[in-house]
Design a protein around this ligand. Structure first.
Ligand SMILES: [Zn+2]
Length: 328
């Protein structure tokens, strides 16, 4: 399985930030050590034109030109520096590259990404650009005919930016399972939103997940998704500082297993993004994320062992012009 990373580029944080900048590098190093079958590649930055498939040109230019206001930077939670901007572009590049890899091989990953609070005209909540939305639009554009896409967002916070971007667009099904009383406090209606109460535990969560997936497949039965994105945030875990839910590591692992299995059984290529996770214990969080990547890798193996190769009729869509620089 291919996995793309962008953590070598530093992010600048204001004092007191709870953004776990060290988590991404630690995950990459842990994947390199524990999962030698995962092929790691440095991500290339997304181009301005690709970002503009989703984002308003004025916002993209403000980010790329270093012209975000202090208020805009506060809403995002990063200090705008050339390095922070490059990292945001590379994170979108990682999801684009993972999308192309998933179309060829069934499953691929961005070891960051899932920046689901970014809207067309603004960033928010540690999200500069909405990588999943950009990759979904890029796929639809390259494939032609606007094939349907599913976004399965299991980060504990609602995917409000993604929902707003695809509001009124039947070609992208946005599912979000999230804490009812958590950020963002004004939710944006997506295709299917499931609100979970504070303190929700494994059994109730998994029952809600099963019902949500059943609804997703039922509502897309006439024209099933040709590509799925999974936002596998570990912030529903019980020790997360921002989560408010009470899932265990075993519950999160079972969550990931059910989604990966259900998507693979339908022969839908899947792009894994890591999304949120704000526990104080970095190695413990990374261990949970490693388990997610391991399960995705197992799913990739099951694809590779199957008859169908390449994974998708869209396997030959080109990444030319979507990212800058030569693939390593
Ligand atoms: Zn989150």
């Amino acid at each position: 399985m291919l996995a793309f990373h962008s953590d070598e580029t530093d992010v600048s944080l204001p004092a007191g930030s709870r953004f776990p900048a060290g988590r991404f590098r630690l995950l990459r190093e842990t994947v390199a050590r524990e999962l030698p079958g995962v092929r790691l590649h440095a991500a290339l930055p997304a181009t301005r034109g690709t970002l503009c498939l989703v984002h308003e040109a004025a916002y993209v230019d403000a980010v790329l030109g270093g012209a975000l206001s202090a208020a805009q930077q506060r809403e995002i939670g990063f200090t705008q520096t050339p390095q922070t901007v490059l990292r945001a572009r590379r994170s979108v590049g990682a999801t684009l590259m993972a999308t192309q890899a998933a179309l060829r091989e069934g499953v691929a990953a961005n070891l960051a990404g899932g920046s689901h609070h970014a809207r067309a005209d603004a960033g928010a909540g540690y999200c500069v650009f909405n990588d999943v939305a950009v990759a979904a639009r890029w796929f639809q554009r390259q494939a032609g005919g606007c094939p349907p896409v599913a976004v399965i967002d299991l980060d504990v916070h609602q995917g409000n930016g993604t929902a707003a971007i695809f509001r009124g667009d039947a070609s992208v099904f946005t599912l979000s399972l999230h804490g009812q009383r958590n950020y963002p406090f004004r939710k944006e209606p997506g295709s299917l939103d499931v609100e979970l109460p504070d303190g929700c535990r494994d059994a109730d969560y998994l029952a809600a997940l099963d019902a949500s997936l059943a609804a997703l497949w039922q509502r897309t039965a006439d024209d099933p998704p040709r590509l799925a994105f999974l936002l596998a945030g570990v912030d529903p875990h019980e020790v997360d500082r921002l989560g408010r839910l009470k899932l265990t590591a075993a519950g999160l692992a079972e969550r990931d297993r059910r989604v990966l299995t259900a998507v693979r059984e339908r022969r839908i290529p899947l792009v894994l993004t890591m999304a949120g996770g704000y526990g104080e214990d970095l190695p413990r969080m990374v261990a949970m994320q490693l388990h997610t990547v391991r399960q995705a890798h197992e799913s990739w193996r099951a694809w590779a062992a199957g008859e169908q190769a390449p994974a998708s009729m869209y396997a030959c869509v080109s990444l030319a012009g979507a990212t800058e620089g030569e693939p390593g």
